[in-house]
Design a binder for this molecule. Structure first.
Ligand SMILES: Cc1cc2nc3c(=O)[nH]c(=O)nc-3n(C[C@H](O)[C@H](O)[C@H](O)COP(=O)(O)OP(=O)(O)OC[C@H]3O[C@@H](n4cnc5c(N)ncnc54)[C@H](O)[C@@H]3O)c2cc1C
Length: 531
């Protein structure tokens, strides 16, 4: 059910035309949805202006692996995968069901292939299929996945100032290390490729350090926006419309407490400095309805000594225990599903209910899993976030959990490992579980915990961004509470309530759906949708 955000009314109504700048299409934000929309508009001859709040283009999209769930596309076909919108529809309906409007789901699925074809018409954009399993066992699933990824971009292919303007990888930003030399990969490749495509049209302008603050309406239609650039206030006219693709509100502690009942914004993986919900707030000020504000793309995350946390996936060893010393889920679950288990168990959701990732000495100084920001063991140990002991009992004492419970949990798990069957949580029964496994025997996901020293590392509930926001229709038009579209206003990505609702169906749904709806917005603004 839709709900309305309690936000200050920030829209400016205007009858006078004192503009500092004009364009056909104003795009707010510079992630995958924003830049697909910008390129889509500019390639159709529309004068397009992209404004980005921070010092870099790309937002969280630049941090991403940039798997893109775009079923039935030509890059999948080149990779030998026979996918289609209908196969994907069977899967999407099975896992998302009626949680979101079927018209919205169909708009995504039916325009995914065309979005890829349109983008690959540019010599700057190229995708390739790589295996990464879908997240649920359901009809229409691909066990080795259906996501495509941007082909890496040789660093020298683009003008250097543009390449330098793309947000660095998450690990480099977090650890304050230099941006790596060499080709741009993953999300950075996507952002740079889309920027190059936009630039090649001759119709696109981009601006950093420029933040949307308000929308300007006239007779109920959005006709422009107010933005702050280096302390200057700009009134920008947008003749065809404004596309809001400015991420979610993951970095806004106040909104997270209000809308998600979470302690704050420290544990998000969203790119810093940008995604504070400005576009959602501005849109509700213009009359937009909102939905799903409690939702995020969840993930278990390693807690860092500075109070932040980093996305952790692909466990190949160890178990998660809650404060009682017991397991509560299949640790090999896809990350959003694990996050939802953590929410249900109230495990790792606040400082008071820690989750510990317990593993044994066979991994040396390494964590048995993938963390997108590497952990420095000495610093973690000093901060009490990485504990080590020669026996499980001593480890339990350090963690403040019941020693008998922890010993019993480990014994039971080791029994499962010996049998090759996790009768408690069915770990290792799904192709996704096994994708990351490195163990041996009948069930390589079940690696016994038996050789000291024993380790425990703290895990909390993190996210890749929030996914509730303004309600939109099949043309990415922003809707009012009564279902009517607000003329001139469009949204994509995490600014919009997600097409997948409270579900993360497979790798690449966040950016893939952002790109499709960004493109649909451009098509509509160009007057080509027939809607
Ligand atoms: C490590 C990691 C890996 C991931 N891997 C994948 C993956 O493989 N596939 C996938 O689909 N998803 C992945 N995700 C999730 C995905 O990256 C995000 O959900 C998605 O990129 C969000 O896109 P967006 O366009 O909504 O926001 P963003 O990409 O964050 O872009 C929003 C931009 O808007 C700017 N902005 C905010 N407010 C304003 C304002 N007022 N004015 C102007 N600009 C503003 C921000 O600064 C930002 O640059 C991953 C996330 C992480 C952290």
């Amino acid at each position: 059910m839709a709900n309305t955000a309690q936000t200050e009314h920030t829209t400016r109504h205007t009858t006078q035309h004192s503009w500092d700048e004009e364009c056909d299409v104003l795009v707010v934000g510079s992630g995958g949805g924003a830049l697909t929309g910008a390129y889509g508009a500019a390639a159709r001859g529309l004068d397009t202006l992209v404004v980005e709040k921070t010092a870099h283009f790309g937002g969280t999209t630049a941090y991403a692996g940039a798997g893109l769930w775009l079923p039935g596309n030509q890059a999948q076909a080149r990779g030998g995968l026979e996918d289609s919108a209908d196969l994907a529809r069977a899967y999407f309906r099975a896992v998302v069901g009626d949680a979101t409007e079927h018209t919205l789901q169909d708009a995504y699925l039916d325009h995914a292939a065309a979005t890829v074809a349109f983008l690959e018409d540019s010599p700057h954009v190229r995708f390739e299929y790589r295996p990464f399993p879908d997240y649920f066992a359901a009809p229409g699933r691909f066990d080795m996945g259906r996501a495509v990824f941007p082909v890496e971009l040789p660093a020298l292919e683009g003008p250097h100032d543009l390449v330098d303007a793309v947000r660095p990888p998450a690990w480099a930003e977090r650890l304050q290390l230099p941006t790596p030399e060499g080709p741009l990969t993953d999300g950075r490749a996507l952002v740079a490729r889309l920027l190059l495509a936009l630039e090649s049209t001759g119709n696109g302008r981009t601006r950093l350090h420029t933040a949307l603050t308000e929308l300007i309406t006239e007779d109920g239609a959005v006709v422009g926006a107010v933005a702050e650039q280096d302390g200057r206030t700009l009134r920008i006219r947008a003749r065809r419309g404004v596309l809001l693709a400015a991420g979610g509100f993951e970095a806004n502690a106040e909104l997270r407490r209000e809308w998600q009942q979470l302690p704050g914004a420290d544990w998000t993986m969203g790119a810093p400095g940008g995604n504070t919900g400005d576009a959602i707030t501005a849109a509700t000020g213009a009359g937009a309805a909102v939905d799903g504000l409690a939702e995020s793309w969840w993930c278990p995350s390693l807690r860092f000594p500075d109070g932040s946390a980093a996305f952790t996936l692909g466990l190949h060893g160890g178990i998660f225990v809650d404060g009682s010393g017991r397991r509560f889920a299949n640790e090999s679950l896809p990350y959003d599903r694990m996050g939802r288990q953590m929410l249900a168990a109230k495990a790792g959701t606040s400082h008071d209910n820690p989750v510990w990732w317990v593993f044994d000495g066979r991994f040396g100084d390494e964590l048995p899993g993938i963390t997108v920001v590497p952990a420095d063991r000495a610093a973690f140990t000093e901060a009490g976030l990485w504990r080590t002991a020669d026996t499980l009992e001593a480890l339990a004492e350090q963690l403040g959990v019941d020693a008998e419970a922890l010993r019993d949990t480990v014994q039971t798990f080791n029994g499962h490992a010996e049998q090759g069957v996790d009768t408690d949580f069915h770990r290792g029964e799904d192709p996704y579980d096994r994708f990351f496994a490195q163990g041996e025997g009948a069930n390589p996901c079940l690696v016994p915990i038996e050789k000291g020293p024993f380790h425990a590392v703290q895990i909390v509930l993190g996210d890749l961004g929030t996914k509730g926001g303004v309600r939109t229709d099949a043309d990415a038009r922003v809707l009012r509470e009564d279902g009517a579209a607000i003329p001139g206003l469009y949204a994509a990505g995490n600014t919009a309530a997600s097409v997948s609702g409270p579900c993360y169906p497979g790798p690449g749904v966040p950016i893939g759906s952002a790109m499709v709806f960004g493109h649909l917005a451009a098509v509509h603004m160009a007057g080509q949708s027939g809607a």
